[in-house]
Design a binder for this molecule. Structure first.
Ligand code: MF3
Ligand code: CO
Length: 249
């Protein structure tokens, strides 16, 4: 399945949505300090959406109850904001999305809460580097599997594992469009990359095994072995000049 190709005026709207997402991430990750609840982070993200006249693509998505996902420690993705209180030494993935003029942005970071041990710092650094490696493959003429192969090489090369059950995705007038973007070699070559295609690349990397479990809340995905997990995501357009990250200030 080929991704849609977006016109320059569509990419311009996605750039605007991406700027709002970047602001949500900046505000919430700055606020992620010991003693703060994940519900408070959601409140801050709602304020940004309102201030920028943007809509939420997360709220009510298959019944999802918040505008961001907050996934601490062994929670990989899709943690629901609530009364969880951040503690010194935690890590937390904050995943934010916004819609401007019908076009979507989607991005995530994982941040340390106060000081974290060296291995945890390495997990954050390597996961971010794996995203950068994936993004660098988004050039016309490459194929989509080049992204996942690059992500996997970086993450496994550092001794970590890459989650299989959840993937990145094309994005545009819907948050999740076809095709999906695995963070690993999918076993068969992917479609060719062409200018105007836009993808959300989002490696999920675990210190321990790759296996996942979904919690009873119907959303939170955790590592089966309880190990720490990190998640970084950007929305990126394939352009003649190379990859353009849209979820930036
Ligand atoms: N942002 C997530 C993704 O990267 C989706 C969030 S799920 C939702 O695909 F339900 F919270 F919207
Ligand atoms: Co996404």
């Amino acid at each position: 399945m080929e991704a849609m190709r977006r016109r320059p005026d569509e990419i311009a709207k996605m750039r605007k949505a991406g700027r709002v997402v970047a602001e949500m991430l900046a505000v919430t990750s700055e606020a992620a300090r010991p003693g703060v609840t994940t519900a408070q982070l959601d409140r801050l993200a709602r304020d940004v959406l309102e201030r920028r006249g943007a809509r939420s693509n997360f709220l009510n998505y298959h019944g999802y109850p918040a505008v961001i996902c907050t996934s601490p420690n062994n929670v990989i993705v899709h943690g629901i904001p609530g009364d969880y209180t951040l503690a010194e030494g935690d890590i937390i993935s904050i995943d934010c999305g916004a819609i401007i003029e019908g076009y979507h942005g989607d991005a995530a970071v994982t941040v340390p809460v106060g000081e974290v041990p060296p291995l945890t710092e390495k997990l954050l650094r390597v996961t971010q580097e794996s995203l950068a490696a994936g993004i660098s493959q988004l050039v016309p003429g490459n194929r989509l599997h080049d992204v996942g192969y690059a992500v996997q090489t970086v993450a496994e090369g550092a001794g970590f594992s890459v989650v299989r059950g959840y993937t990145g995705h094309a994005i545009g007038t819907r948050m999740h469009e076809d095709p999906s973007v695995p963070n690993y070699w999918p076993g068969t070559p992917g479609p060719a990359l062409r200018t105007g295609m836009v993808f959300a690349i989002e490696p999920m990397v675990n210190i321990g095994g790759a296996e996942t479990v979904e919690l009873d809340d119907g959303w939170s995905v955790v590592t089966a072995d309880g190990s720490l997990s990190a998640h970084f995501e950007h929305t990126i357009a394939v352009t003649e000049e190379g990859p353009e990250v849209l979820t930036v200030p």
